[in-house]
Design a protein around this ligand. Structure first.
Ligand code: GLY
Length: 394
């Protein structure tokens, strides 16, 4: 065989085409959004500007999803090396620094999502002191949500709100990397210890014996006793919200990477095996794992994108090469299905990267739409698949 006979595999060609299509959309969105923020989800497959809330103007930095936009810009930089994306991503640091300094809409554990992508990345890559300071301030703010004696991080709302007191959610597993970074950069172990303790509690209570997960779980804030699981965005308290299970695959794997704790790797595998066992024929989950083909329910492409990243992260944590290959193959099938059948390549009217996500079906919010986090994790999955040696921000 001569060098000219060597052709990229069809899969590599498909992935390269998917990356090119995604980058075209990111380019167009830089022109239209610039330093402002798209809404959490599309409306009719197009992101409008983030609606005005709490006295902030349209497109302001509020809510839990704004960092996925600069996160995509960093991924575009990783994929292309082009300065344009670096400049565009750096231009968001001021907004996040101002947000944490002024305490704008910070009553949430999602500080991890917000500040890992917007500020930890530039702090690590450029040493930018404003980014580092903002990310550390966010980590300190997240530490105020640690509830003793339970040792969990409260997810949502004011700490005195009786509906939210003592409640944590599976998505929190993706927010702890901010705390591991804070310990690493300051040498102060308190942040990592809080993250480890929280994650250990979740592995014992939010993960059910049958391998499915609760979306949310309550602890008694006074005694620290574990109380009960409930859903918020899933079909029912007893069912398994697909995106929560995907956060479990990825989140437990990341927490294992940071702690080396075998029980967390086992939890990630349990989440993965159950998620994969429930997948429909095209490998893209319905919004609750209760539903399958023929159910006439919507898919959640964002759950698929998160799982595609989480399965690769899980595989990277495993010593057993055969098992790791199994999870990588499953991730590849999901990603290929997203690229072939859910991406907006060929849908020029949309400014999302992938369609057919669900934000909150019970409340009728963002049903069968693009989602900002689904787009981010789709681009991250493409980056993992096509940029060997890529450095994870998590
Ligand atoms: N972290 C909120 C969600 O996944 O909808």
């Amino acid at each position: 065989m001569t060098a000219t006979d060597v052709r990229p595999s069809p899969d590599a060609e498909a992935m390269a085409a998917a990356v090119a299509a995604a980058i075209r959309t990111v380019d167009a969105n830089i022109d239209s959004f610039g330093d402002r923020y798209p809404a959490d989800t599309t409306a009719g497959n197009r992101y409008p500007l983030r609606p005005p809330v709490a006295g902030q103007p349209p497109g302001a930095n509020v809510g839990w999803t704004t960092s996925f936009w600069p996160g995509m810009l960093w991924l575009a930089h990783d994929l292309t090396g082009a300065d344009r994306y670096h400049r565009a991503a750096m231009s968001h640091v001021d907004s996040f620094a101002t947000r944490v300094a002024r305490g704008i809409d910070l009553d949430t554990h999602d500080l991890g999502f917000l500040y890992t992508l917007s500020c930890v990345i530039p702090a690590r890559r450029t040493g930018d002191p404003r980014a580092r300071g903002a990310a550390l301030a966010a980590a300190d703010r997240l530490m105020t949500r640690v509830l003793e004696p339970a040792g969990i991080i409260q997810a949502w709302g004011d700490l005195a709100d009786p509906r939210q007191r003592g409640r944590t959610i599976i998505d929190s597993l993706m927010n702890t990397p901010l705390l591991y970074w804070a310990s690493h950069t300051t040498g102060d172990d308190r942040y990592a210890a809080a993250a480890h303790r929280h994650t250990a509690e979740l592995s014992q209570h939010i993960l059910r014996p049958d391998g499915t997960t609760f979306h949310t779980f309550y602890w008694n804030p006074e005694t620290g006793a574990p109380l009960r699981g409930e859903t918020e965005q899933g079909h029912a308290d007893h069912s398994c919200w697909a995106r929560g299970q995907a956060w479990g695959i990825y989140g437990f794997s990341l927490n294992h990477r940071h702690t080396g704790e075998p029980a967390l790797l086992a939890a990630a595998r349990t989440c993965a095996d159950r998620f994969l066992a429930q997948l429909p024929a095209d490998h893209v989950a319905y919004w609750d794992l209760e539903f399958g083909d023929g159910s006439r329910q919507e898919r959640d492409s964002s759950a698929a994108a998160i799982a595609a990243c989480g399965l690769v992260e899980l595989a990277d944590n495993l010593d057993d090469a055969n098992l790791a290959d199994r999870y990588r193959t499953a991730a590849g099938r999901i990603l290929r299905s997203l690229a072939d059948s859910y991406s907006t390549d060929g849908h020029p009217a949309s400014n999302a990267l992938i369609l057919h996500g669900v934000y909150d079906k019970p409340k009728g919010i963002g049903v069968d739409e693009g989602t900002l986090w689904g787009d981010y994790f789709y681009l991250e999955a493409l980056t993992r698949a096509t940029a060997p040696g890529w450095t994870s921000p998590w």
